[in-house]
Design a protein around this ligand. Structure first.
Ligand SMILES: Cc1cc2nc3c(=O)[nH]c(=O)nc-3n(C[C@H](O)[C@H](O)[C@H](O)COP(=O)(O)OP(=O)(O)OC[C@H]3O[C@@H](n4cnc5c(N)ncnc54)[C@H](O)[C@@H]3O)c2cc1C
Length: 329
């Protein structure tokens, strides 16, 4: 029945969830119930964590109340998502069960520092709000030595961000006038890029070298030794550091693993064109979807736009569905 009232639940108030809920609220109006659930009261704009770590943004400048979506026909619930019951068409929340007709899952990835022994004691990072604020203090009290920036094995939010991070650290020490006392090195599991200068990886490699940053390719980090201040890689490669800045490993939200929706360490298997999951009327978008694309806000935004629009067409019977054509690096 195209005209009956539907309950559309969006899980996650990050980049994907906010865009999907906003579009559904606008396209469906008050004729259907659009709900968004997040454990936090605020949307947090994570790309700005890098600016926070060098003192160029404050937390209140990069957060917005999710309740603001209520002006756009979206009911916002602050609660913990514990699981999904596809047979009963309901989400299990800390405060009870929430039934749905359609479900869009955009729970992102969560950091999993415990997967690298020594990480929690030794490494700084900017992949969470609190951690980014701690980097800021660590940089402020650093007066010279070896800064090592690196990435883990497996998926993580925004693959280009560690390059941006090393360049921002370079700029930061130049501004403080002590760049000549700081060496910056970068390790990555990727092989050394080759190809045309316009290839993003070739360009980023050249930019780091231009800034005097030494890059260690094919470095597969295994553990960190906080006492010896070494990062230990596969085949006994070691890197010494005075200040370590490393992206933590990431994994899908525990709730998605526990309920069986997330199939792989990179997330929920989806149809690459429609973002439908193995469960009927359940879609996954953004970082939690196992797509052949970067885990990036730009990708989450494009997926959210398409899934929300096509769902509105399906529910109302009005308009035409649009294809997903991702633009990403
Ligand atoms: C340092 C950094 C720099 C970045 N730079 C860029 C950039 O320049 N360009 C770009 O495109 N992307 C960038 N990104 C990546 C971008 O932020 C993410 O890809 C994007 O936020 C993914 O959106 P999402 O909706 O999939 O997940 P998220 O934005 O992670 O949102 C997930 C939401 O789900 C909530 N949640 C999770 N689990 C639960 C639960 N069990 N119960 C209730 N709520 C839950 C979380 O609180 C969160 O609000 C960057 C990320 C970082 C960390």
């Amino acid at each position: 029945m195209p005209n009956s009232r539907k309950r559309i639940v969006v899980l996650g108030g990050g980049s994907g969830g906010v865009v999907a809920a906003t579009k559904l609220g606008l396209e469906l109006g008050a004729r259907h119930n659009v709900m968004l659930v997040d454990r936090r009261p605020d949307h947090v704009f994570m790309p700005a964590f890098l600016f926070m770590m060098v003192g160029e943004r404050r937390p209140e400048q990069i957060t917005r109340k999710l309740k603001r979506l209520e002006k756009r026909n979206v009911k916002v619930l602050q609660d913990e998502v514990l699981g999904i019951d596809p047979a009963g068409q309901q989400v299990s929340l800390g405060g009870g069960n929430l039934p749905y007709d359609y479900l869009i899952v955009s729970l992102g990835l969560q950091t999993a520092p415990e997967l690298v022994p020594g990480f929690a004691e030794a490494a700084h990072h900017a992949w969470e709000m609190d951690a980014a604020l701690r980097v800021r203090s660590a940089l402020e009290s650093f007066n010279g030595g070896r800064v090592v920036v690196g990435v883990p094995l497996g998926p993580y939010r925004c693959p280009p961000a560690p390059y941006e991070a090393q360049w921002m650290i370079d700029n930061y020490f130049k501004r403080r006038g002590i760049r000549d006392r700081v060496s910056i090195e970068f390790f990555t599991r990727d092989p050394e890029p080759a190809g045309e200068a316009r290839d993003p990886l070739v360009w980023m490699d050249a930019e780091s070298k231009r800034r005097g940053i030494k890059i260690h390719y094919d470095f597969a980090v295994q553990s960190i030794d906080p006492a010896k201040k070494t990062v230990n890689g596969l085949y006994n490669y070691k890197l010494n550091y005075d200040l370590l800045f490393m992206v933590p490993p990431h994994r899908p939200a525990k709730a998605l693993i526990d309920c069986g929706l997330a199939d792989t360490e990179t997330g929920v298997r989806v149809d690459y064109d429609t973002l439908e999951t193995k469960w009927e009327n359940v879609y996954a978008i953004g970082d939690c979807a196992d797509m052949p694309a970067s885990k990036a806000g730009g990708v989450a935004h494009q997926e959210a736009d398409v899934v929300a629009h096509n769902l509105a067409v399906k529910i109302t019977g009005r308009g035409e569905p649009v294809p997903l054509q991702l633009h990403t690096i």
